[in-house]
Design a protein around this ligand. Structure first.
Ligand SMILES: CCC(=O)OC[C@H](C)CC[C@H]1O[C@H]2C[C@H]3[C@@H]4CC=C5C[C@@H](O)CC[C@]5(C)[C@H]4CC[C@]3(C)[C@H]2[C@@H]1C
Length: 424
């Protein structure tokens, strides 16, 4: 066992997890496990391969196409969206391990914290164009981050939000994700709903935590096609970590029988995966490579230098804490974090005293409980038979989790158009 794992701070920290109240951000973790990066930056992981996010735009139906061709192109685009989704997972769930040696505890964003940036067009023929990221902490208790990723050249908008609920098992932390992503290809008049997989944190005992995905994720296309992803760690499908199996069906009804799969994809989302027609599980020997997560380097988001940032921008607001974490200066971390947290507490107190409610900047909370309300989301929810409630992502309608309110965060483009302080 590494000396870190034996260190008193880690063992006492493990004891503290055993009695924690479910809000991970409230736990004081030992300084060596702290990340200098705020959770508001994690929204960038949705588009570190902008070319894959844009790909469906280049798989459009030809003019007055026959019905069979329209079907074939819709399936091709659904496969392209599944490839983009798989391409996000290594960044989402492995990047801290790759860059800092283990999963780390991100800084807990303050209410109103924003993180913005852009991905330049690296394509040879300039067909991708620039992709912009807006990320905003729309709630602090519980922590919720909303994001908008917009590519003007291809009229493509990915928006979504994320919150988590955690529970503790004997050796790992179990995390249910709340929220979803909505993908709109305006030129194709096509939408996709993406749900978020549950995960657990392993490796706590050896003080080298890492994320393993589990359970199911769905991608529901407005064309009717649905992708069902099943995630598992070691030992389930193939004894390798980060394994998944994905099946694409014509619609939710045919997904009730795995034999109806039109396409099956399987492998490692952090490594190689393969694709085959029909319902047989593809193998690396006989079938076509679907995606290799180790081959394509993620594209860096371009973020302004800290001295050009607004005080609400994440890297500026957390710069002193981040510096202290990088220097492992434990006392300074504590002093600087306390300063930021006290400033936030004073702000909340002032709002309370003058009865002002905090206004979110670029996102609105939409209540979908009025069943007459119709938009791309309600259409996709109906096609997928998933719950419309704000419950664990991917819960099925009528299932045990299908309860609570139906409020979801939505990007408000006109609020960004009227933005005068924060610059990309
Ligand atoms: C607080 C307890 C603690 O420090 O435990 C030590 C370990 C670092 C485990 C707890 C932290 O693990 C981190 C992993 C984070 C998730 C990673 C990726 C994503 C995907 C992204 O799209 C949305 C956010 C999400 C789910 C992160 C949420 C926060 C997690 C679970 C961190 C834990 C505090």
């Amino acid at each position: 066992m590494s000396n870190v794992a034996q260190s008193s701070s880690w063992t006492s920290f493990l004891k503290s997890i055993a009695s924690f109240n479910g809000d991970l951000s409230s736990l004081t973790a030992p300084p060596f496990i702290l990340s200098p990066t705020s959770l508001s930056e994690y929204s960038k992981y949705w588009s570190e391969h902008p070319d894959l996010l844009m790909e469906p735009n280049f798989l459009a139906n030809s003019e007055n196409a026959e019905k069979y061709e329209i079907e074939a192109m819709s399936l091709k685009r659904t496969i392209a969206v599944a490839r983009w989704f798989i391409s996000t997972l290594r960044s989402q769930y492995c990047s801290r391990n790759e860059n800092m040696g283990s999963e780390k505890k991100p800084l807990n964003p303050f209410l109103g914290e924003v993180f913005v940036g852009k991905w330049q067009d690296l394509s040879k023929d300039g067909k991708i164009g620039t992709t912009n990221l807006l990320s905003e902490q729309v709630s602090h208790h519980p922590p919720v981050t909303a994001y908008s990723i917009y590519n003007e050249k291809n009229n493509t908008l990915l928006q979504g939000y994320n919150g988590i609920r955690s529970s503790f098992s004997t050796t790992s932390i179990n995390v249910k994700q709340y929220g979803h992503a909505l993908l709109n290809y305006q030129n194709l008049n096509e939408d996709y709903l993406v749900t978020l997989p549950p995960l657990h944190i392993e490796g706590l005992i050896t003080a080298s935590p890492f994320v393993e995905l589990e359970g199911t994720s769905y991608i529901q296309a407005s064309s009717g096609y649905i992708v069902v992803f099943e995630f598992s760690g070691r030992g389930y499908f193939s004894g390798k970590k980060n394994t998944f199996k994905a099946r694409i069906y014509r619609d939710i009804l045919s997904s009730s029988n795995k034999e109806n799969a039109l396409v099956t994809i399987s492998g490692q989302w952090s490594g190689k995966s393969y694709i085959a027609k029909g319902s047989t599980t593809p193998s690396s020997k006989s079938d076509e490579l679907f995606y290799d997560a180790q081959y394509k380097k993620p594209e860096e988001l371009i973020v302004k230098p800290i001295d050009e940032q607004h005080e609400l921008e994440s890297r500026k607001a957390w710069s002193k804490v981040a510096e202290a974490i990088k220097k492992s200066d434990y006392d300074l971390i504590h002093v600087e974090k306390l300063k930021l947290e006290n400033e936030q507490r004073d702000l909340r107190k002032k709002e309370q005293e003058s009865d002002i409610k905090w206004e979110t900047r670029w996102f609105d909370s939409i209540d979908y409980s009025d069943s007459s309300y119709r938009d791309a989301f309600t259409n996709l929810i109906n096609l997928s038979n998933l719950s419309i409630k704000n419950c664990p992502s991917g819960s099925v309608k009528g299932g045990k989790y299908d309860s609570g309110d139906a409020k979801h965060w939505r990007f408000n483009p006109s609020k960004w158009q009227n933005e005068s302080e924060i610059k990309l």
